[in-house]
Write a protein that binds this ligand. Structure first.
Ligand SMILES: *Cc1c(COP(=O)(O)O)cnc(C)c1O
Length: 400
């Protein structure tokens, strides 16, 4: 079967909740993916930053295979010998005293929302069921009904109400707006340090630091959704580290298992994460031994291969090179580490056609929010590969 055949079947039998590029991938290795027609592409999306360690990393693969032969699922009704080690290693790596494992990113966001509310009632003494959480305009935190309840994107919301109350939206990048939105019932402010899905929106320098100070002053928790920005993507372990900010709660996912398995987690210190009691929250698959073994290997690869340093060095180089491309279509190139957005002018005709043209030249990138091309290759990319990609990107950004 060829590309067309697979696409036809997919379109006929699958729900159309995505608009993928028409490439059918059958295998991958490192920064490269291969389609069913034998064509090779550079992956510049990394599954939305879930494969920071590169596709099918041999050490993570080995951990998966080894653990799959032993025991894969115990449920948390029993204990297993992998989860404690994941807890300990996550704590050592991140500096947070505790963590709580889930599966998808959205589940970890839901967990953080529940945790912040519980803290609001138990510690801050907000009247029951009155807690508010302040979020940012143009946020992306996932797809559950509660999470889309505080989205500002009509496409995510329009046909899916009624919505969960208890959220207040403040403009992103403006700390004063957050301060104004705080009331005695505010339990938390939840933000992405860089807004990935909104189009790689980098807030002004000092924004997160100022928000952290406002939160502290007002006895409000700061929750950072680092699902996309965390785990080395922006050149530090967490994007919050760029401003020396230590959020009260950090949410991670995506690259936590290097693309092999859905693993997410909420990180916090004991006075916060210690508030959950048995039965209040859970997940059949969360913290299973296979997930824990894979996540442990994925974290080890990040550390051993110094992926944060690589992201910083190569990201700086990639942004420099992209910025030097003369193009009638480009409005702005911005990035931190290897999370890079090329914003096109409104008259460029949308980013989609540029992504399709790059695909024809062997580079897979995806448009985000109509006018932005996101470049976020696996962090194991090297300088030569970036140099290989640049002429094709240059040609594409100069097409009619
Ligand atoms: C991807 C993402 C999520 C949702 O993660 P899923 O695993 O798709 O549920 C939440 N927040 C941010 C910032 C993300 O990039």
């Amino acid at each position: 079967m060829k590309t067309r055949d697979f696409i036809e079947i997919e379109e006929q039998y699958g729900a159309h909740n995505y608009h993928p590029l028409d490439v059918v991938i059958e295998r991958a290795e490192g920064v490269w993916v291969y389609d069913v027609d034998g064509k090779k592409y550079l992956d510049c999306l990394s599954a939305y930053s879930a494969v920071n360690q590169g596709h099918v990393h041999p050490k993570i693969l080995q951990a998966l295979l080894d653990q799959a032969k032993k025991v894969t699922l115990t449920s948390r009704a029993f204990r297993n010998d992998q989860l404690p080690m994941l807890y300990k290693e996550l704590s050592e790596m991140t500096g947070y005293e505790m963590s709580l494992p889930m599966n998808s990113g959205a589940e970890a966001v839901e967990t953080a929302v529940k945790l912040a509310r519980k803290w609001g009632y138990q510690v801050k003494k907000i009247p029951r069921h009155q807690a508010e959480i302040i979020v940012a305009g143009n946020n992306f935190h996932g797809r559950t009904v509660t999470i889309i309840s505080f989205s500002t994107e009509p496409l995510y919301r329009d046909d899916f109400g009624p919505f969960t109350p208890g959220f207040v939206v403040a403009e992103y990048g403006n700390a004063d707006e957050i301060e104004k939105a705080i009331t005695p019932n505010t339990a938390a402010v939840m933000l992405e340090p860089i807004q990935g899905e909104a189009g790689v929106i980098i807030p002004p320098d000092g924004y997160l630091k100022k928000v952290a100070e406002i939160c502290k002053k007002n006895n409000v928790l700061l929750v950072a959704d680092e699902i996309q920005t965390g785990l080395c993507r922006t050149g530090k372990l967490f994007a919050s580290d760029h401003e020396g900010v230590r959020p009260d709660i950090v949410i991670i996912g995506k690259a936590l298992a290097g693309g092999f398995y859905p693993v997410s987690a909420v990180l916090a210190d004991k006075p916060i994460l210690g508030l959950f009691t048995p039965g209040e929250h859970g997940s059949t698959f969360g913290g299973n031994p296979l997930a824990a073994a894979v996540a442990r290997a994925a974290l080890k690869v990040m550390r051993d291969e110094k992926l944060a340093d690589r992201a910083l060095e190569l990201g700086t180089y990639f942004v420099e090179q992209l910025s030097e491309i003369p193009s009638p279509h480009v409005k702005e190139v911005r990035g931190k580490g290897l999370l890079i957005g090329v914003e096109l002018k409104p008259e460029a005709g949308g980013a989609r056609r540029f992504c399709e043209a790059m695909k024809a030249r062997g580079i897979l990138a995806k448009e985000t929010h109509d006018n932005v091309i996101r470049f976020a290759p696996p962090l194991v990319i090297d300088r030569e590969t970036i140099e290989w990609a640049l002429p094709a990107i240059r040609e594409t950004l100069n097409m009619k």
